[in-house]
Design a protein around this ligand. Structure first.
Ligand code: NAG
Ligand code: NAG
Ligand code: NAG
Ligand code: NAG
Length: 452
């Protein structure tokens, strides 16, 4: 059975959110409509670009095993020209969980254009928790008063991006969004960080959150009173409305920033007579260690099923021998007077011919394999249409090293990976002794904190 989602990109509309800014709407909505699907469904999504510039949508965490050329990333997928349309045909094969989609070109994400994407389990697959009374999506992240073309101009002018002007929850400012719950019932919240630059901390005043799922993995069900969520990450928690009937703050604040931005939404008990008052509860004050410890506590539930009936633990990922090690380090540098971000000193530039087409039709001169080093070079950054080759069925160890003083967030588009270790200091082969080869979560995006 297939679902047919027809999405139409509205024209740019002037909105007033935390200042004057242009917002990208989808079907007239910001955030865009949520895509709700069930494991293995085929989705047909037609995207009509009504903007006056090229547009491309990326399906964060949706694995496109068959159609990787349409994953919505520059280099594999052509942007949709102004006034044109493109139909994506995706199968959410062997996937469950919480994700979102976002525009991946030209800082468009800073102007909206994103929406939730959830994949429910097939009815025959046991889910390791009872069905919640409702399933709420929270898309939270930083917001800039400057529009996306001004942000691009800042980077092109050789400068760092400015600090964000605020945070939004589902496109609204402080207390602009209300989630209603009945006392005594349990709800699922799927929270994603849809921002451009800052990690966030998420908490619900007075309540504990039971973590149940991270980007398609069922986790050990630990309770948390606050969760760090980095750019591009998605978490599912269960919340039981078991406190006195009143309204409570849902709080999002920036993490690892010298100035802390905070915004709130409302958790409204349906029998509440009391609205929120006073300052919202503060976030964690300890920085790195708290966050690191929390990241390590997020584990796979080995006995729970994922998208398939067999338990997640039956994959035994830690028993597969790796065939190759790649070390990647980031740097922010100036190239031709512009601020550019590089991996192993290479800042990617798209080729005129999409790489997938060049590959398929064997067009020479578009890219060359191995045009990005396997290890950090420490050298100056340069522009390159960089492509790294990998062997079919290779099992690769990737070490991500953060050489900047801000948190980095890495998304491996179209693939999931196991985050087996996270620590400070310099990685060495001896670090392998500390790897979690048993119950690390399988996810699509990982943070790399700045740990000295
Ligand atoms: C979508 O684009 C195709 C060309 O790629 C065009 O033939 C078709 O008319 C467009 N559909 C709509 C509804 O604009
Ligand atoms: C962004 O704002 C600038 C003014 O600061 C304006 O010139 C430009 O047209 C705007 N761009 C878009 C895409 O709205
Ligand atoms: C793991 O999943 C099983 C379902 O297979 C569930 O009964 C159990 O409570 C879960 N364990 C934890 C620690 O979350
Ligand atoms: C991994 O390598 C070891 C030693 O090289 C070998 O004995 C073992 O069979 C390999 N395991 C797998 C799953 O290939």
């Amino acid at each position: 059975m297939g679902f047919d989602y027809r999405m139409r990109w509205s024209s740019l509309v002037v909105f007033m959110i935390l200042g004057f800014s242009r917002v990208i709407l989808i079907n007239g909505e910001f955030p865009g409509p949520q895509i709700e699907s069930i494991t293995n469904e085929n989705l047909i999504v037609s995207v009509f670009n009504s903007l006056d510039e090229p547009f491309l949508i990326s399906w964060n965490g949706i694995q496109q095993r068959r159609n990787s050329w349409q994953d919505g990333v520059y280099g594999t997928n052509c942007p949709i020209p102004p006034g044109q349309n493109f139909t994506y045909i995706l199968q959410v094969k062997d996937q469950i969980g919480s994700y979102f989609y976002f525009p991946s070109l030209g800082f468009h994400k800073s102007a909206g254009g994103y929406g939730g994407f959830k994949i429910l389990s097939r009815s025959v697959i046991p889910v390791p928790f009872p069905p919640p009374a409702a399933d709420y999506t929270i898309l939270a992240g930083d917001w800039y008063n400057k529009n996306h073309s001004d942000l691009k101009a800042i980077a092109d002018g050789g400068n760092d991006l400015p600090f964000p002007d605020g945070l939004l929850i589902n496109g609204r400012g402080p207390n602009g969004y209300t989630f209603t719950v009945d006392q005594g019932k349990t709800y699922r919240f799927r929270i994603s960080n849809v921002g451009l630059a800052t990690s966030i901390n998420f908490r619900i005043e007075g309540h504990k959150m039971l973590l149940v799922e991270v980007e398609g993995s069922h986790t050990l069900q630990n309770t948390y009173s606050a969760l760090d969520i980095h750019i591009g990450q998605s978490y599912s928690v269960l919340l039981t409305a078991d406190l006195a009937p009143k309204d409570y703050y849902i709080v999002v604040s920036t993490r690892f920033t010298s100035q802390v931005l905070t915004t709130t939404a409302i958790l409204h008990y349906s029998n509440s007579q009391t609205s929120v008052s006073g300052p919202p509860p503060g976030g964690p004050t300890t920085e790195i260690d708290w966050s690191l410890e929390q990241a390590r506590s997020i584990r796979w539930n080995l006995t729970a099923s994922g998208p398939r009936p067999n338990p997640q633990g039956s994959y035994h990922y830690g028993m597969i021998n790796t065939t190759r090690t790649i070390r990647l380090a980031n740097s922010a540098q100036m190239i031709n007077g512009k601020k550019r971000y590089a991996i192993n000193s290479v800042s990617f530039i798209p080729a005129d011919t999409p790489l997938k087409l060049a590959d398929y039709y064997e067009i020479p001169g578009v890219f060359s394999l191995g045009s990005i080093p396997n290890n950090p070079t420490g050298g100056g950054a340069y522009l390159q249409t960089s492509v790294m080759a990998a062997d079919f069925r290779a099992y690769v160890e990737i070490v991500l090293e953060n050489q900047e003083d801000t948190v980095q967030s890495y998304h491996i588009d179209g693939y999931n990976f196991f985050v087996v270790g996270m620590d400070g200091g310099q990685w060495s082969p001896a670090s392998r002794l500390t790897y979690n080869l048993r119950d690390a979560v399988w996810r699509c995006t990982t943070q790399v904190l700045k740990i000295t």
